[in-house]
Design a protein around this ligand. Structure first.
Ligand SMILES: [Ca+2]
Length: 278
C-alpha cells in the first residue's frame, strides 16, 4: 500500500465551487446505520476500550440528523475504516470532515487526538511486477498538523494530496482501491460528520504541487522559495527524514539528497513530492 501524503491545509472553510464532485467515501455523513448499530459501510478498527455510537440531537451532528461518536477509554488508536474505489492518477484529492471534541484527550502531544490515513494501491509502471512499497504509513496527526483540540465546538478540517504520477515519477495509481481510516488516541470522545474525499483532476499534479510551493530542482539540488525561519524537511517514501534545513530569506538550497527517487518536501504544514536528478 502506498499512502497519499496529505499536506495539512486546515482551511476555515473556503467553500469550493459549485462543481459536481463525487465523494469516494460512502456514508460519510453517518446517516445510514447497519444491523449492528454501526455506520453503514464502515468497520471498527478496534473494539476494546472504546464505545462507538451514532448520535442524534442538538450539537451531536453537523449535517443531516446523525453523527458518529467515538469514545475511547484506552490510550491506543480507536476508530473506523472504509475501503473505497475509484481513485485515479493525476488528481488532487481533498479530504474534509467536521469534528467536535466532547471530551478532550488526556495528552496533547503530536499524534494525540485525531489521526487518519488514506492508503491506496500503487504500481511502478517501469516495474509492474515488483511489490508495492510497504511500511509507508503516513498519517495526519493532531494537533501538530493543524487540527485544534478544543472542547465543545464543531471544527472543520481539510487536507489535500495528489495522486501520482509526480514529476519524473513512474508511479501510478493501481486499481483505484484504497482504505481510509479515522482514529482517535489518548481517550478523547469525538464526534465526526460530513466526511468527504473528492478529487479534482489537474495537469501534472505533482509538478503543480511543487510549483505551488515554489520548489524546483537542478543538478541534484533542491531550491525552495522561503521567507526565512521556516522549518524544512525532506523525507523518502519510507517516511525517513533525509534532510532538514531552516529557511533562508528568498531561497533555500538543500543539497546531498538521494537522487532519482520520490521525495517529500515539507515546509511547515505544506508538502510536495519531487524527484531530484543530477
Ligand atoms: Ca450527519
Amino acid at each position: 500500500m502506498k499512502t497519499i501524503y496529505l499536506s495539512a491545509l486546515l482551511a476555515f472553510f473556503t467553500v469550493k465551487g459549485a462543481m459536481a464532485q463525487t465523494n469516494l467515501i460512502s456514508n460519510g455523513g453517518f446517516e445510514e446505520t447497519n444491523g449492528e448499530n454501526f455506520p453503514q459501510d464502515w468497520e471498527p478498527i478496534s473494539t476494546s476500550g472504546v464505545t462507538f455510537s451514532l448520535v442524534t440531537g442538538d450539537g451531536n451532528f453537523h449535517e443531516g440528523i446523525q453523527g458518529f461518536q467515538v469514545a475511547a477509554t484506552s490510550n491506543s488508536a480507536k476508530g473506523a475504516e472504509q475501503a473505497f474505489t475509484g481513485l485515479v492518477s493525476d488528481t488532487e484529492y481533498t479530504f474534509s470532515f467536521w469534528y467536535k471534541y466532547v471530551a478532550l484527550p488526556n495528552r496533547q502531544d503530536p499524534g494525540d487526538g485525531i489521526r487518519f490515513s488514506i492508503a491506496y494501491d500503487a504500481i511502478n509502471i517501469e516495474d509492474p511486477l515488483n511489490p508495492i512499497p510497504s511500511g509507508f504509513i503516513g498519517y495526519i496527526e493532531s494537533p501538530a498538523e493543524g487540527l485544534p483540540i478544543v472542547e465543545g465546538i464543531w471544527l472543520p478540517a481539510e487536507f489535500t494530496g495528489d495522486t501520482p504520477p509526480v514529476s519524473g515519477s513512474t508511479w501510478t495509481v493501481g486499481d483505484g482501491s484504497g482504505t481510509i481510516s479515522v482514529q482517535v488516541t489518548r481517550q478523547p470522545t469525538v464526534i465526526f460528520d460530513a466526511m468527504q474525499l473528492v478529487g479534482e483532476e489537474t495537469m501534472g499534479t505533482g509538478e503543480f504541487s511543487a510549483k505551488k510551493m515554489n520548489i524546483y530542482t537542478n543538478e541534484g539540488n533542491l531550491y525552495i522559495a522561503t521567507n526565512g525561519g521556516e522549518s524544512l524537511s525532506v523525507y523518502n517514501l519510507l517516511g525517513q527524514e533525509v534532510a532538514s534545513a531552516a529557511g533562508n530569506p528568498a531561497v533555500t538550497v538543500i543539497s546531498n539528497l538521494p537522487q532519482n527517487q520520490v521525495l517529500i518536501v515539507r515546509d511547515g504544514s505544506r508538502s510536495a513530492k519531487v524527484i531530484v536528478k543530477q
